[in-house]
Design a protein around this ligand. Structure first.
Ligand SMILES: *Cc1c(COP(=O)(O)O)cnc(C)c1O
Length: 396
C-alpha cells in the first residue's frame, strides 16, 4: 500500500509544528518560525492567548457538546453579541467556513423560494473567488482546478469578473437570487472589491429584490481593522458567511442574516449536529470579547498602516521582485513580479518566516492580530534577508 494514512490531498511541507508560542510556531525538531500565516487568518489572537485558552479549558471541563434539540444559553449569548456588533438580526453557527457559505447559499435561495418564487435559485459569483471545498462551494467558484474530478457541479451559479459592475448587472436574469462575493478576495490574491463595485451590487440588490451575500470567512472578524470588512464600504449586506478567525483556532463558523433575508430559514430547514456547541461558543465568546471593541480594532488599523508603510518602503529596494502592496488592516498582500510560491518556500525554509502564497502572483501576509513592534521588526528583518539572498528560479 502506498497511500498515506492522512489522505494525500495537501502538498504538505517539511514544517511540522508541535507547539505555538504567541506569534511563533515551534517545529518537532525545535525550529522556531515567525507565523505570518496564522493558520490562514485563523489564529488571530496568536497561539498562547490566555483568555482564549482559559475559556476553552473552563468550558471543556463543564460541558462540551449537547444537541441543538435543547436550549442553548451559550449560543444565545454569542449570537446576541454578533447581532449587537453587526448588521445581522440572526445567526446560524457552523463548524467551518464552507458550511457557513452553504448556509448562506441556502438562506439566499430560501428567501425567494419560501415566498413562492421557485425559479430564483441562481447566485452570481466572481472569477477567482474561493468559497470552500464542498460541492456547493466549489460550484460557486469558477476555478477549474477545484472542479476537476468532481463533476457534475451543482447548478445555480454564474461567474462574472470581480469588480466588473456592468458585467454583474448584465448577468441578472429571471433565475437570479443574489450575489455571493468576498469583499477582499483572499485565495484570489488579496484583491479588494472597489467601493463602487460593492456599493453598486448593493444598489442592484435593492432594485431587483436580490440577496447581497458576503463571504467574509477570510477578511472578517477584525482582520481588516473593522469587525467585518463591509463596514469600510458604507453598505450593509443581507447575509454574511464568517469563520476562520471567529473561533481563534477552534473550529467555528457562522452565517449571519437580517430578519428579512432569513425569512425562509424556519424550523426544520437547516441544522448541524456540532454547530454552536458550548465549547465552540466559549471560544467564539473569548474572541469576540477581545476583538469586538474600538480599542482593539483601532490597534489593528494602526498596526496595518505601520506594516504597510514599512512594506511599501521595503519593496522599492527590489523592483525586480515586487510590484505593489495591497489589502486592508492586517490582511496584506505583496503582488510579485515572479511566482510567489518559490519565494514563500525560501522565506520558510531559509529564514523561518511563514507566509502564504495566493492567486494573482501574490504573497499573503496574515499575521496574528496581536503582533507587536517586536514581531513586526523581526518580520521585516527576515523578509529583507530573504529578498537579499533569493535566487529567482529559472523559468519563473
Ligand atoms: C477559507 C475560506 C473558506 C472555506 O473555509 P473552510 O473553513 O476551509 O471550509 C470560504 N471562503 C473564504 C473566503 C475562505 O477564505
Amino acid at each position: 500500500m502506498s497511500i498515506t494514512p492522512l489522505m494525500p490531498v495537501y502538498p504538505r511541507c517539511g514544517v511540522r509544528p508541535v507547539e505555538g508560542d504567541n506569534c511563533h510556531l515551534i517545529d518537532e525538531d525545535g525550529t522556531r518560525y515567525l507565523d505570518f500565516a496564522a493558520g490562514i487568518a485563523v489564529n488571530l489572537l496568536g497561539h498562547s492567548h490566555p483568555g482564549l485558552i482559559g475559556a476553552i479549558q473552563e468550558q471543556a471541563a463543564k460541558l462540551m457538546h449537547v444537541s441543538n434539540l435543547y436550549g442553548s444559553p451559550q449560543g444565545e449569548e454569542l449570537a446576541q453579541k454578533l447581532v449587537d456588533t453587526t448588521f445581522a438580526d440572526t445567526v446560524f453557527f457552523t463548524n467551518s467556513g464552507a458550511e457557513a457559505v452553504e448556509c448562506a447559499i441556502k438562506t439566499a435561495r430560501a428567501y425567494h423560494q419560501h415566498a413562492g418564487d421557485e425559479n430564483k435559485f441562481e447566485l452570481i459569483t466572481f472569477n477567482n473567488a474561493f468559497h470552500g471545498r464542498t460541492m456547493a462551494t466549489i460550484s460557486a467558484s469558477n476555478q477549474e482546478k477545484m472542479h476537476k474530478g468532481f463533476n457534475p457541479l451543482l447548478p445555480g451559479f454564474k461567474y462574472v469578473d470581480f469588480n466588473d459592475l456592468e458585467g454583474a448587472k448584465a448577468a441578472i436574469g429571471p433565475n437570479t437570487a443574489g450575489f455571493l462575493v468576498e469583499p477582499i478576495q483572499g485565495e484570489g490574491g488579496i484583491r479588494p472589491a472597489t467601493p463602487e463595485f460593492l456599493q453598486g451590487l448593493r444598489q442592484l440588490c435593492d432594485e431587483h429584490d436580490l440577496m447581497l451575500v458576503l463571504d467574509e470567512v477570510q477578511c472578517g472578524v477584525a482582520r481588516t481593522g473593522t469587525f467585518y470588512a463591509y463596514e469600510q464600504y458604507g453598505i450593509e449586506p443581507d447575509i454574511v458567511a464568517s469563520a476562520k478567525g471567529i473561533g481563534g483556532g477552534f473550529p467555528l463558523g457562522a452565517c449571519l442574516a437580517t430578519e428579512k433575508a432569513a425569512r425562509g430559514m424556519v424550523i426544520g430547514t437547516h441544522g448541524s449536529t456540532y454547530g454552536g456547541n458550548p465549547l465552540a461558543m466559549a471560544a467564539g465568546m473569548a474572541v469576540m470579547n477581545t476583538v469586538a471593541n474600538d480599542e482593539f480594532l483601532g490597534q489593528v488599523r494602526a498596526k496595518g498602516e505601520r506594516l504597510r508603510a514599512r512594506l511599501e518602503q521595503f519593496i522599492g529596494n527590489y523592483p525586480d521582485l515586487f510590484e505593489s502592496v495591497r489589502g486592508a488592516g492586517l490582511m496584506l498582500g505583496i503582488k510579485m513580479k515572479v511566482e510567489p510560491r518559490p519565494f514563500m518556500v525560501h522565506l520558510r525554509d531559509n529564514h523561518q518566516l511563514l507566509t502564504v502564497a495566493a492567486g494573482d502572483s501574490t504573497l499573503r501576509l496574515l499575521p496574528p492580530l496581536v503582533i507587536e513592534d517586536a514581531e513586526m521588526d523581526e518580520f521585516i528583518e527576515k523578509l529583507s534577508a530573504g529578498a537579499a539572498d533569493f535566487e529567482v528560479p529559472t523559468g519563473s
